[in-house]
Design a protein around this ligand. Structure first.
Ligand code: AMP
Length: 519
């Protein structure tokens, strides 16, 4: 089995890895680190949870250990689709570079330009950024990208979903032709293939899992659900969610609950809390400090249930999430794979359960087709529809929190074409169901009466899927194009290899699971 010490990493990096408790490199690390250290471009096809972050961070630290940063000219650049992911990459640098003197700056929305400018002015070795924020700094004349020797694109397929590809092309064009590029994506959509063909030069291609495959360590199940009456469906569905959680007992140490819409994220979190579950919401419209607080709480184990939208939870690295509950069937089959990939990480066991109502059966069929197997149907633990009297009526309403929902300017300029379009009538139905809820949570009702009724437009906006990423306008993708290819680029590369967990399964996999079970 390959060892970290065989990979030519700097001894200081190997020391930090040992201190992090890693015994051996994961397949993406074993595959990506050697060519990266040789200065080659790398095309890594890997999902989160495979250890891909260390796959680029470790060679970067080794390569950057020599040389010094110059003012306003970062020596390397890591681009991530969301703030959370960027912050996570920054944490990885802190862990693995603790014995090396490297400076870094994190350019993400929600942090003041002034602080970030100060760091860049001093000169940084590593700049970690979201594309919009990076271009904002560049356009303000605060930053030069001509000193970038290594550029990393992380989660390229998510960048595509969020409409960031034109920004990425522009950023490529602002960096030197001689740079080294490390490019990571979970899937290789045609547009991603095009970008890699244009901007990567004879990359080493390292693939660690079949495209869009679900980890074998995750037990999956889906409950078919139909409300007893349309006006009761929403509350009955929440009751079913609670029953699924309860059915797992102590095995469910923590969970992420995914909803398709931001309003539902808020409603489900509120409803769980009201029913005595330790839950909090996270989605693109909550302010950054709140998102960070919630995530930190979830990571530390202080918060048990994180109710999330796809964008907010994408790429989050919380190593031990025991369960994922899909409150809704995602409208894109690949999102299912990403969602359930929050559990069963780094080889641990995990469980993923989903609720599917008749309207979502088409989407469920698409997921089964993508996985090339049928997700096992599990019995409805409450045996059939029943009214949910314990639920608060205001939870369904587009109440005051809806005013913070997705604003048009937060949407990517070029959303994924296949994104589901909710008909206005869907929003109306939600509202209709709300009106018929039993009236128990009186204080909340009273509070709501003071609130002006939301406009139809607000409700429809609130009912849209969460496509916002970093909320602030400045990160909105721009349409500019300036891409220029590197001659001889070839996304396929000559060094094609595919490795799976198989024989290479590192020993930490069995270890962490046993520990969890024992506890
Ligand atoms: P990533 O795919 O980069 O999000 O990483 C997933 C998780 O795997 C993170 O919590 C890492 O700390 C952990 N990890 C990365 N490399 C290793 C390794 N070689 N051994 C054990 N855990 C690792």
């Amino acid at each position: 089995m390959t060892k970290f010490s065989d990979l030519n990493l700097s001894p200081k990096v190997v020391k930090a890895i040992e201190e992090a408790g890693y015994e051996s490199p994961t397949p993406i690390q074993a595959g990506a680190i050697p060519p990266a250290l040789e200065g080659r471009d790398v095309l890594g096809i890997a999902q989160t949870g495979t250890g891909k972050t260390a796959g680029f961070v470790l060679p970067m630290i080794t390569l950057l250990a020599r040389g010094r940063a110059r003012a306003r000219m970062p020596r390397s650049l890591v681009l991530c689709p969301t703030r959370e992911l960027a912050a996570q990459v920054a944490e990885n640098f802190d862990t693995y570079a603790k014995h090396v003197k490297l400076t870094k700056a994190l350019l993400i929305g929600g942090v003041s330009f002034k602080e970030q400018d100060k760091l860049i002015d001093k000169g940084v070795d590593v700049l970690i950024a979201t594309p919009g924020r990076l271009l904002d700094h560049f356009e303000r004349g605060k930053l030069l990208l001509t000193g970038v020797q290594i550029m990393v694109i992380d989660e390229a397929d998510r960048m595509l979903d969020m409409g960031f590809i034109p920004d990425i092309e522009r950023i490529f064009s602002l960096t030197p032709f001689t740079r080294q590029t490390l490019f990571f994506s979970a899937t290789m959509a045609p547009e991603i293939e095009r970008i890699t063909n244009t901007f990567l030069s004879n990359p080493a291609r390292v693939e660690v899992a079949r495209q869009a495959s679900a980890s074998e360590t995750i037990t999956q199940g889906v409950v078919m659900f139909k409300g007893s009456r349309r006006d009761r469906e929403a509350s009955e569905k929440r009751k079913l969610l609670r029953a699924l959680i309860d059915g797992e007992g102590d095995l469910c140490s923590n969970a992420i609950i995914f909803c398709n819409r931001k309003t539902d994220v808020d409603i489900v979190a509120k409803s769980l809390k009201k029913n005595g579950y330790d839950a909090a919401p996270i989605h693109g419209d909550l302010d950054q400090s709140q998102r960070t607080r919630t995530l930190d709480g979830f990571r530390d184990g202080a918060l048990r249930f994180l109710v999330a939208s796809d964008v907010a939870a994408r790429g989050l690295d919380v190593p031990s999430v025991s369960h994922v509950f899909n409150f809704d069937v995602p409208s894109h089959a690949e999102d299912y794979v990403h969602r359930i990939g929050r559990t069963g990480r780094a080889g641990r066991l995990g469980k993923a359960m989903m609720i599917c109502n008749p309207r979502d059966e088409k989407n469920l069929a698409a997921i089964d087709a993508l996985l090339q197997k049928e997700i096992p149907r599990i019995e409805n633990p409450i045996g059939g529809p029943a009214p949910d009297t314990a639920d608060a009526p205001t939870k369904d309403s587009a109440g005051p929190e809806s005013s913070t929902e997705e604003k048009p300017e937060d949407k990517p300029a070029k959303p994924r074409r296949t994104r589901s379009r909710r008909k206005p009538s869907d929003a109306a139905q939600t509202q209709e169901a709300t009106a018929a809820q039993p009236s128990e949570a009186k204080p909340e009702i009273a509070a709501q009466q003071d609130t002006p009724a939301p406009t139809e437009q607000t409700e429809q906006a609130a009912a849209r899927p969460d496509t916002s990423d970093e909320a602030p306008r400045e990160d909105k993708p721009k349409r500019s194009r300036g891409g220029r290819g590197r001659s001889g680029g070839n996304g396929g590369g000559s060094d094609n290899r595919t490795v799976g967990m198989g024989d290479h399964m590192p020993s930490f996999i069995a270890l962490s699971f046993e520990e969890r079970r024992a506890s």
